[in-house]
Design a protein around this ligand. Sequence first.
Ligand SMILES: [Zn+2]
Ligand SMILES: [Zn+2]
Length: 340
Amino acid sequence: VTVPEPGHGEVSIRVTATGVCHTDLVWAGGTFGPGFDFPVVLGHETAGVVEEVGPGVTRVRSGDPVVLSLAHHCGHCFYCESGSPMLCRQRTEGWNRVELRGNPIVQGFGVGGFSTRLVVQAISAIPLPAGVAPEVAAVAGCALATGFGAVTRIAKVEPGSTMAIIGCGGIGLSAVMASRIAGVVDIAVVDPNPDRLALARDLGATHAFDTVSGLLDSVPGDGFDTTLEAAGLVTTMEAAVQAARPGGTIVVVGAPPSDAMIRIPALDFVSTQKRLLGCITGDLRPNVDFARYFKLVQTGQLPLERLISHRLPLAQITEAFDLAARGDGIRTIVTMDAPT
Ligand SMILES: [Zn+2]
Ligand SMILES: [Zn+2]
């Protein structure tokens, strides 16, 4: 794979660390469907150092440590200006700057972070404050941005409210931490993996269940104020709708296959006035939210490093994917070799 010099408005990045996200597995498995093409360089939870800047770039300089936002955004369209740059229609354009034998190949989610070097638009490279480790920054790039934003940006939870989180991977556990910071008092979590449940309790969960039926049997009162689905399964999405109280909010975060359909009882849904909300990357505003998240990291309120369960070099990328596929640990960070 060849990586070009950065063009106008672009930067080249020497990658330091990239987390393995469940979404990478779904893409690799081929069930996302059209638009998620092959060959692809996956990896979108990425931190690195700016190597070179192209003409017209002023926001970062060579040598700056950065986290990459996992989608391009133009910065001036309807969605960008209305505060939801993750909905920018240009996020799917201009992704692919690396080439294989002269043909452009896909940089997964506009990043392609399982590589030592890549080129992205400068708007996607967000400077890191001093003292934030690259591996922690990488986890912020997708898991934290998505889980935290699902709670604060999408659900807009209120202090003293109740929350159920289904799925305790990187996104679900980030949602647990966000809920605690936002003042949610009851935080119920569901995951079949006992280690993940134990970590969720450490991070602020107040009730833990190893099955969805366990959660549904223990729903408080009329249901939870907010339910958040972070497992990417149709059955758990339907359970999240069921577990919400009348007037409650359901946020669907997990990435299901492209042909999956959710079934909800229509009359019940109408008459209970529930609010069912989608969520892409936590409605992240890269230049607003990353700075805030890193302040929470630096002040010890957001112990993101606890989500990192394994570290493997790029040469062991297959093992890293196997760990993620087995649901072993939380986040595996793939570290890049020093450049030669
Ligand atoms: Zn991801
Ligand atoms: Zn835009």
